[in-house]
Design a protein around this ligand. Structure first.
Ligand code: GLV
Ligand code: MG
Length: 342
């Protein structure tokens, strides 16, 4: 057991002190592209202008022969001017032949411009402890002034079972993403889709008087339980939950629905795997004008925020003011980022 007094001490001599609060900047989309794709690397500044977070991917999706090229791509992108966008990378998993070299290169050659390292297939707090110490050693060696934060992907059953411990394993923990593809495989779920629903996962209305009449069915959200659990674990530890990938790029409607479910449950953003998903994430994870107007009316009407009153036939009180303040704070932050009036 570690004493709470020691939790914020650097884990290596010369490493920067851990952060006490996770920075909560605009995070509506984590836009993925492979670091091995030279054309995309050259377009990184243009992509960065459209997104909140740009992520150089080295893990799944990058063929084994291109892993070294993906590392070099990260180093190149880190030397570019990405404006206000955060720069993240996803390294290969800790048990892979590439994970150690990915992390080493990321910190020693890109570390001063890298905000977050995403670690896939995290199974328990021991994975975070390993990365925490390794990053401290590398940060000390690189002479970094600010610590690099860690984002874990929740994509194994053991990871889900240990989710609270993972979130609280280090002050470096920035957030979690749901990884529905690996998680489905690991759990032996019988969906072959990358995120999203499945027509077979449904509930059916009871039969009526006519036993032969068709009965309505309602498709259910396969990911509800895991996203809800992830949100609670993250909020408990002051870190940020994200929905992960939606693989059916052409089905922009279902992607928007999946993103919105995550937004409504408390996620701050989702992954975009294609430019079309950048706009979906921006739309969904930015409070819409009618929501902002309503929230402002409630806050204005509630004075010091205590008591209860009726607006448009609905009861508002101390708790609903807090709900409205969440929406207004997010709207204000995003309006500043987008350069528009809130
Ligand atoms: C993402 O990495 C996933 O496995 O869904
Ligand atoms: Mg995965």
């Amino acid at each position: 057991m570690q004493s709470p007094k020691d939790f914020f001490k650097p884990l290596a001599v010369g490493a920067p002190a851990p952060v006490r609060e996770v920075p909560v900047g605009p995070s509506r989309m984590i836009h993925f592209f492979p670091g091995s794709n030279a054309k995309m690397v050259s377009k990184a500044p243009a992509m960065a202008a459209r997104v909140d977070i740009l992520l150089v991917n080295m893990e799944d999706g990058v063929p084994a022969d291109d892993k070294e090229a993906a590392r070099s791509g990260l180093v190149e992108v880190a030397a570019m001017d990405l404006g206000q966008a955060q720069l993240w990378t996803r390294v290969n998993s800790l048990d892979s032949p590439w994970g150690l070299d990915d992390i080493t290169t990321a910190v020693l050659e890109a570390g001063s411009n890298l905000d977050v390292i995403m670690i896939p297939k995290v199974e328990g707090p021991e994975d975070i402890h390993y990365v925490d110490r390794l990053l401290a050693q590398l940060e000390a060696k690189a002479g970094l002034e600010a610590p690099i934060l860690v984002h874990a992907i929740l994509e194994t059953a053991r990871g889900v079972a240990n989710v609270e411990a993972i979130c609280g394993a280090s002050p470096r923990m920035q957030g979690l993403s749901l990884g529905p593809a690996d998680l489905a495989a690991n759990r032996r779920m019988k969906t072959t889709r990358v995120g999203g629903g499945h027509p077979g996962y449904l509930v059916r209305a009871d039969p009526g008087d006519d036993a032969d009449a068709p009965r309505q069915t309602f498709q259910q959200d396969l990911w509800h339980y895991t996203v809800a659990r992830m949100v609670d674990a993250c909020v408990m530890h002051g870190i940020l939950p994200f929905y992960g990938p939606f693989g059916d790029i052409a089905d922009t409607t279902a992607c928007e629905d999946q993103f919105r479910n995550a937004y409504l449950l408390g996620c701050v953003g989702a992954w975009s795997l294609h430019p079309v998903q950048i706009d979906i994430a921006k739309k969904v994870f930015t409070p819409d004008a009618s929501e902002i107007d309503h929230a402002q009316r409630v806050v204005d009407a509630m004075g010091d925020g205590t008591g209860a009153l009726m607006i448009d036939g609905k009861m508002e009180d101390d708790a609903s003011v807090k709900q409205c303040l969440v929406v207004l704070a997010l709207a204000q932050q995003l309006a500043e980022r987008d350069g528009v009036a809130p």
